[in-house]
Write a protein that binds this ligand. Structure first.
Ligand SMILES: O=C(O)[C@H]1O[C@H](OP(=O)(O)OP(=O)(O)OC[C@H]2O[C@@H](n3ccc(=O)[nH]c3=O)[C@H](O)[C@@H]2O)[C@H](O)[C@@H](O)[C@H]1O
Length: 436
């Protein structure tokens, strides 16, 4: 207050410097006041900038206070809203389950929600529709789900009040937690968003689940990236995962440790699924197969990474329908959580599974398949794998998922990409170009 007064006082001083030069002592006093005011003013500006950077910016390296974020999420509540929530989550088949799907407008979330709804389970979606990639694609997926009777609540997993409300309205038996900040390379651009969604958001969700009555069983998306610099192939669940190559991988690995904690303390049933480079129709535009398709069609040069020994990098690309079957298998075999009222009553299930395709394909081959399907030659730019968080190869051992979940991928890359390209051409060109 006194600082403000002092500033307004200084504002009233005539700006003509010569006037003050004549009376030296007075001038010196003014100079002293003036520099103090300047110092105060710039300190306030500096503090303001720091405040905005840490607490308001979406790219803040610190997770924002969830209660503050809740103020920024879109409106929810009211009897009409509750009716929509209840109706979407209503189980319509015998032995059906009611599932809260987070990240429902995302690629995997949309497919899993539709599959659950098809078989008569109750499904409620939750998504914050962030602009990591084109939000119109997310809205189109939402429209698709709405036609099947799945309602997506527009909100963030960091919003505890919203999550508590959802569990108050519907006693979900399961949570399929797919909301996350995805993408390996983007972690170097916006590290804060990974901490916000994959760590703070996950913890917030688990906090609400642990207090829910009944506690739901939770199946959630981990990632093949947790294997990081592991060189033992194929990657098995028991292999080391302590050498992440990206912050994305580190946050997913942290998620697995956090899951262990909530299982241990509160008796939450938790199953982590390590997805291996999932692709297919309605996919993510930030993934290579997707933007390669766009760039090849536009005659734009594409970069293909190669590892140190000049081998193309390779991925165990896994088709979306196979992943969906794995997700449903995990939900169907998930045991109940054992806690209630925030207290553990006995040991609960804790699992991690690889969901891959067990047949890695070099990225150069992926490009050749796309060239054939699009009948267009790619302008290839072969370059050394940048130090951007990418790992040279991934390869899943899926025998554990096979035994426990009945998981058995059936789609090879050629077949899966054909389905993707058909969707892509239809979605972006209205079918004016046909798949070859
Ligand atoms: O399994 C996962 O857990 C992750 O899978 C996915 O990551 P990635 O396997 O890295 O997929 P993606 O970016 O499509 O790159 C594919 C290949 O193309 C190479 N690549 C990439 C870009 C480029 O310009 N050139 C290139 O050669 C690149 O080096 C790589 O070899 C998800 O995005 C991630 O969210 C997470 O779910």
């Amino acid at each position: 207050m006194s600082q403000l007064k002092q500033m307004s006082h200084l504002d009233n001083i005539p700006p003509t410097p010569g006037k003050f030069k004549m009376e030296k002592p007075y001038f010196q006093r003014i100079r002293w006041h003036s520099s103090l005011a300047k110092l105060t003013f710039w300190s306030l500006v500096f503090l303001g900038v720091i405040f905005i950077f840490f607490f308001r910016s979406p790219s803040s390296p610190l997770p924002a206070d969830p209660s503050r974020r809740s103020l920024r999420t879109s409106s929810w509540g009211g009897s009409d809203w509750e009716k929509k929530v209840r109706s979407s989550a209503r189980v319509r088949s015998r032995n059906g389950v009611s599932v809260l799907v987070t990240g429902a407008a995302g690629f995997v979330g949309t497919h899993v929600s539709a599959a659950l709804k098809r078989r008569g389970d109750g499904v409620l979606g939750l998504d914050n529709f962030n602009d990591y990639y084109d939000t119109s694609l997310k809205r189109a997926r939402q429209a698709l789900l709405e036609r099947t009777g799945v309602y997506i609540v527009d909100g963030d997993i960091n919003d505890s009040a919203l999550l508590r409300k959802l569990f108050e309205v519907v006693p979900f038996t399961h949570v399929m937690h797919l909301a996350a900040q995805a993408g390996v390379r983007y972690a170097m651009e916006n590290p804060g968003s990974y901490v916000h969604s994959n760590i703070a958001g996950f913890v917030n969700l688990l906090e609400v689940c642990k207090s829910a009555n009944p506690q739901p069983a939770i199946v959630w998306a981990s990632s093949s990236s947790v294997y990081g610099l592991n060189t033992k192939v194929p990657f098995s669940e028991s292999d080391r995962t302590d050498q992440p190559a990206s912050l994305y991988a580190a946050t997913k690995k942290a998620g697995e440790e956090i899951a262990h904690t909530y299982n241990h303390i509160y008796g939450l049933s938790l199953t982590g699924l390590r997805f291996f480079t999932v692709y297919g129709p309605w996919g993510r535009p930030d993934m290579a197969y997707f933007f390669f398709t766009r760039d090849i069609l536009n005659g734009k040069r594409i970069s293909i990474f190669e590892s140190a020994n000049h081998d193309s990098v390779a991925r165990d690309f896994t088709y979306i329908d196979d992943i969906v079957r794995g997700c449903l298998g995990a939900l169907d075999t998930a045991e109940k959580s054992t806690g209630s009222g925030g207290k553990k009553r006995g040991p609960a299930q804790l699992r991690v599974f690889n969901l891959g395709n067990t047949s890695p394909v070099p990225v150069t081959d992926l490009v050749s398949i796309l060239e054939r399907l699009l009948k267009t030659k790619a302008k290839r730019n072969i370059m050394k794998l940048p130090r951007n968080g990418d790992v040279p190869f991934t390869h899943a051992n899926i025998s554990f998922a096979q035994t426990e979940l009945g998981y058995k991928p059936t789609t090879d890359l050629q077949t899966g990409l054909k389905k993707f390209v058909r969707w892509y051409l239809n979605y972006y060109t209205g079918g004016k170009r046909a798949v070859q």
